[in-house]
Design a protein around this ligand. Structure first.
Ligand code: MG
Ligand code: MG
Length: 269
């Protein structure tokens, strides 16, 4: 069952997403060669708890972290560890927050200096595909329109692999609600989007094969060919007036600008 949100509920989800956005910005400000995911995770948890909120992922199906930190060939669900980040790494960070009864969810893939040009291109295309998906997220359109927009851009135009096994989702009082929001699909198919639908759109795009597998740590999803993967996510509210991006990547993009260890990821025109 899909829970359509009232305007008041959308504002509460926006507040949770704002804290997610600030947590991702904090993570971005701390990323550098030698830094450890486990330390960044701890800082993010402190920020969230200082705001009278709760990390959304910690304890979810037993997940141990506040952040999912997935490195290079890691797609999603990476555990924060004491690995020391290195030049050339790409680091996908996903954050969820529960506050005032509602969840927020967003993700961003960061790149440390020294990253290959072809990897920046993958990240740029993945980030752009998120906005292509959001453009298709409108009252009266169907979920397949979102998936088609992402898939067409990432696969047909750019030749990358869109992950099938993991999808976006409704979000609200639960972290994962109906409907599922695949990053692939056909125009005009799937259920119609109605006023008050709040969903997380989150393309996961691989440089090589779309196939993924689980790593030995029992959590991290990695690409089968071990080539890099990128992941960008926004929580969006779809109303008859507009489609409203509730999470805000401007904080973390400011953090990237101010962090000389990181490379900016442009949106493609
Ligand atoms: Mg997420
Ligand atoms: Mg999500």
């Amino acid at each position: 069952m899909i829970y359509y949100k009232t305007r008041e509920e959308i504002e509460l989800i926006r507040q949770s997403c704002l804290l997610v956005s600030k947590s991702l910005a904090l993570a971005g400000s701390l990323l550098k060669p030698g830094a450890k995911g486990i330390d960044i995770d701890k800082k993010a948890e402190e920020l969230i708890r200082d705001n009278n909120a709760v990390p959304g992922f910690k304890g979810y199906n037993g997940f141990p972290g506040t952040l999912c930190i997935s490195l290079n060939e890691g797609v999603v669900h990476g555990i924060p560890t004491d690995y020391e980040f290195q030049e050339g790494d790409i680091v996908s960070i996903d954050c969820g927050v529960f506050m005032n009864g509602f969840y927020g969810d967003a993700a961003y893939t960061f790149a440390l200096n020294g990253v290959k040009e072809e990897t920046i291109e993958l990240m740029s295309v993945t980030k752009t595909s998120l906005y292509k998906g959001i453009e298709a997220a409108r009252v009266g359109n169907r979920l397949g329109d979102i998936g088609h927009a992402v898939q067409h851009y990432a696969e047909k135009v750019h030749g990358y692999g869109v992950v099938r096994e993991l999808v976006g989702h409704g979000i609200g009082q639960n972290l994962h609600e109906e409907p599922q929001v695949p990053n692939y699909g056909a125009r005009g198919r799937g259920s119609m989007m109605k006023d008050g639908l709040v969903i997380a759109i989150e393309p996961m795009v691989n440089m090589g094969t779309k196939s993924v597998t689980q790593s030995d740590d029992g959590w991290t999803i990695i690409t089968k060919d071990r080539k890099p993967s990128a992941h960008y996510e926004h929580t969006v509210a779809i109303t008859k007036e507009k489609t409203d991006i509730l999470s805000d990547h401007s904080f973390l993009e400011e953090a990237i600008k101010n962090n000389p260890e990181l490379v900016e990821i442009p949106i493609k025109s």
